[in-house]
Design a protein around this ligand. Structure first.
Ligand code: NAD
Ligand code: IPM
Ligand code: MN
Length: 351
């Protein structure tokens, strides 16, 4: 069976960057022939505002069952101030498809892309494994006396033994299979007693990986050290909210959100790939958004479905673009979104 890719372009710059990723996929098809069939799905703010439907529950089940991978642009629109469609679509996929691993690599392709003085490509090569199904994201809690001076809101942070263990195990196992020697875990156990679970599980699971050094940090100090000594990080594992925050921080160290891809995985199941960035409403429709994060997410997708050579070809083409100073303004270039996509697609075609 040919691999099936479902595409949700979404909102804002989402459709613009996804269009370039699909352009690159066409070039990949011409050279590597993975035979991927693409199905475009309409979910996003426009669809929600015109139909009242975020994503039908049956569709979510179908995605979990019938497709091999999902590529998402971005979800988020100022016309939906409560962001409920993003919770249903994006967090919906993460939670309902149980995609507990949010893999967010931050690798520096060229020294001129980092704002850090004196750091080289060797100093910035890390991957954040963000727990993707629990934490403060689970919407457990509620609000009482809303809009009155006595208003109370509560958001509970969920940490399960199973959830903490599987993401930590994934981080160690990934480190071992990818030749990394150190895993860092970031929490706030000094202030939040519940995070003792993370410390304990990290020690227990880490002890099974004698070849890998265990490093624990408090998230506040870790945020500082990411900037001060990024070379001390190889693999970072942390909870949902901290992972969200430090993945944006890590992205700017390597050129910004326009360079940051991600994968949402549950090994053995369908995976969802997306840039780390959002819909960037002020950039939408201007042909200025950097499509590289979406294109690198496509490369992660190709790798995920077993098309390693095609994945490497796409990544090499992005690296070549950066080396040739081909890029959008956020990475110091002068080209538009489409022109950057054209260049990278052409490079992939050239082999
Ligand atoms: P954002 O990621 O959209 O933008 C943050 C900053 O990065 C802005 O300055 C933006 O211009 C810049 N930026 C982002 N992507 C870029 C690109 N490809 N090229 C160049 N510059 C880029 O974050 P935000 O402004 O906080 O959020 C906007 C909307 O996106 C909100 O609705 C938010 O909820 C949503 N969002 C969605 C996702 C997702 O779908 N995975 C992720 C983050 C935010
Ligand atoms: C991300 C985004 C999402 C998150 C938002 C849009 C719900 O910031 O994918 O990083 O917080 O996970
Ligand atoms: Mn985020």
């Amino acid at each position: 069976m040919p691999p099936k890719l479902a595409v949700i372009a979404g909102d804002g710059i989402g459709p613009e960057v996804v269009r370039e990723a699909l352009k690159v996929l066409e070039a990949v098809e011409a050279v590597h022939h993975p035979g991927i069939t693409v199905e475009t799905l309409p979910y996003g703010a426009d669809h929600y505002l015109s139909t009242g439907i975020t994503i039908p529950p049956a569709e979510m089940q179908r995605l979990g069952r019938d497709v091999d991978a999902i590529l998402v642009g971005a979800i988020g629109d100022p016309r939906v101030p409560g962001n409920e469609h993003a919770r249903d679509i994006l967090l919906g996929m993460r939670f309902q498809l149980d995609l507990y691993v949010n893999e967010r690599p931050a690798r520096l392709f060229d020294e001129r892309l980092t704002p850090l003085k004196g750091k080289t490509v060797r100093d910035l090569d890390l991957v954040v494994f963000r727990e993707n199904t629990e934490g403060l994201y689970v919407s457990m809690g509620g609000a009482f006396k809303v809009g009155t001076p006595d208003e109370i809101t509560i958001a509970e942070e969920l940490n399960t033994r199973k959830g903490v263990e599987r993401i930590i195990r994934h981080a160690f196992s990934w480190a071992r299979t990818h030749g990394r020697t150190r895993v860092t875990m970031a929490d706030k156990a000094n202030a939040i007693p519940a995070h003792a679970l993370w410390r304990r599980v990290f020690e227990e699971v880490g002890a099974e990986y004698a070849d890998i050094t265990r490093d624990t940090r408090y998230i506040d100090a870790m945020a500082m050290d990411l900037v001060r000594t990024p070379e001390s990080f190889q693999v970072v594992v942390t909870g949902n909210l901290f992972g969200d925050i430090i993945s944006d921080l890590a992205s700017i160290l390597v050129g910004g959100l326009g360079m940051a891809p991600s994968a949402n995985r549950h090994p053995g199941r369908v995976a969802m790939y997306e840039p780390v960035h959002g819909s960037a409403p002020p950039l939408a429709g201007k042909d200025v958004a950097n499509p590289m994060a979406a294109i690198l997410s496509l490369a992660m997708m190709l790798d995920g479905i077993g098309e390693e050579a095609a994945a490497l070809a796409v990544e090499r083409a992005v690296r070549a673009a950066i080396a040739a100073k081909v890029g959008t303004p956020d990475v110091g270039g002068t080209l538009g979104t489409r022109a950057v996509g054209d260049w990278i697609a052409e490079r992939v075609r050239a082999g």
